[in-house]
Design a protein around this ligand. Structure first.
Ligand SMILES: Cc1ncc(COP(=O)(O)O)c(C=O)c1O
Length: 380
């Protein structure tokens, strides 16, 4: 029997009412994540992936709802609008921007475009490995430079590690997992004096959360002067849209062309309109930055009281010296329904803990103190 597909369409009233029902769910308190009731079984606290526990812009959520029925189309004007909004935010021409489903693809496209046998990428250890792993998998070599005693980038050591085969230098600022930042004056000098045939890749995934934010620290202002510079940014962190998969790279069009050879498609229409709306939502942005600063300070204060060492955090996470093998600690915390970050060799007795809500971090701190006492790392 042939069926007319329109028979299976929801009636208009039902479509409208489900839309309204969804809107009602959205109107519920957006930022309450966890019931902190000691008698109740609480849901796991996920502070392992540097996601934003404070939610994301309600303006972005509304933009998604409004575009739901238009998702049968590819993004056209929506992508142009976002391109222009990003260009305005970054103060660059629109053709300096390459949108992607998260910033991860920008890192991987760069690896694919620049890796070849005999070439190397210079980076730090411990560091974020998405670009460097892909570089290695595609025939290149990875040269890892240790951080200095304060777990910060040592730009002189990076210079020393560079040779005539260096194709890329990857700088993650703030560094993941340590959260430490590079002095903007020194980084500017480094970029301006780097050989012009070496690509300098600055991953600024968390930079909005550093003191002074993008204005003080971003290297995007050098992009017009330096063809060999790419900046990566994401909507996954301060904007809280990790699940929507949207980010971008900024560079001169000639450099972006090299990446585009490996382009596998852009963000969805829903992510695109959400990102455009998020850029207009200054209130959520400010709320997110302020929440991170407040909760990060609270965590630091408690770690200071407990006498535990940590790297100075400038992103959405904190790297703590626990003295316990991270595999073991991860498993022990998981028994307490708390998921913390993965191992970051060679610092295998440190733990990377994402900053969650204040309530989540209070539970984390209480549990962490108990577990550290069990291991004899703080006095019982
Ligand atoms: C430093 C850094 N760069 C890039 C990414 C990629 O994130 P996304 O693809 O969600 O933009 C992450 C994710 O955690 C990250 O920590």
């Amino acid at each position: 029997m042939s069926t007319n597909s329109t028979n299976f369409r929801l009636p208009q009233w039902l479509r409208v009412s489900s839309l309204l029902a969804s809107l009602a769910v959205m109107a519920a308190p957006a930022f309450a994540q966890h019931e902190i009731d000691s008698d109740a079984e609480r849901s796991p606290i996920v502070i392992s992936g540097n996601e934003n526990a404070f939610g994301y812009s309600q303006m972005a959520q509304m933009a998604i709802m409004q575009k739901l029925q238009g998702a049968n189309r590819y993004p056209r004007q929506e992508a142009v609008d976002l391109q222009n909004a990003i260009a305005a935010r970054e103060d660059v021409p629109a053709n300096y921007v390459l949108q992607s489903p998260g910033s991860g693809p920008i890192l991987v496209m760069t690896a694919l475009a620049f890796a070849e046998p005999g070439k190397n990428v210079v980076t730090v250890e411990p560091g974020y490995t998405q670009l460097t792993n892909a570089f290695q998998e595609h025939g290149g070599e990875v040269k890892k430079v240790p951080l200095n005693d304060d777990l910060q980038y040592d730009l002189d050591a990076i210079k020393d590690a560079m040779d005539e085969n260096t194709a890329v230098v990857y700088i993650c600022n703030p560094n993941n997992p340590t959260g430490t930042i590079v002095d903007p004056v020194k980084l500017t000098q480094f970029i301006m004096s780097a050989p012009k045939d070496v690509l300098i890749f600055v991953d600024e995934a968390y930079l909005e959360l550093a003191p002074g934010g993008l204005e003080k620290n971003s290297m995007v202002k050098l992009v017009k002067q330096r063809k060999n510079l790419i900046i990566a940014r994401t909507f996954s962190k301060v904007f809280g849209m990790a699940g929507l998969r949207i980010g971008y790279g900024i560079s001169q069009p000639e450099t972006l062309e090299k990446l585009k050879a490996y382009y596998m498609g852009g963000p969805s229409i829903l992510s695109t309109v959400a990102a455009t709306a998020a850029l207009q939502d200054q209130d959520f942005f400010d709320f997110s930055v302020e929440s991170y600063h407040n909760v990060r300070s609270m965590v630091k204060d408690r770690l200071d009281e407990l006498g535990l060492e940590y790297a100075e955090p400038n992103g959405s996470f904190i790297f703590i010296h626990t003295g316990v093998p991270i595999d073991e600690l991860q498993a022990r915390m998981a028994e307490e329904q708390i998921q913390i970050g993965r191992p970051f060799p060679p610092m295998l007795d440190w733990a990377r803990v994402s900053i969650g809500t204040e309530e989540e971090m209070q539970v984390f701190l209480e549990t962490f103190e108990k577990v550290m006492k069990e291991y004899g790392k703080i006095a019982a």
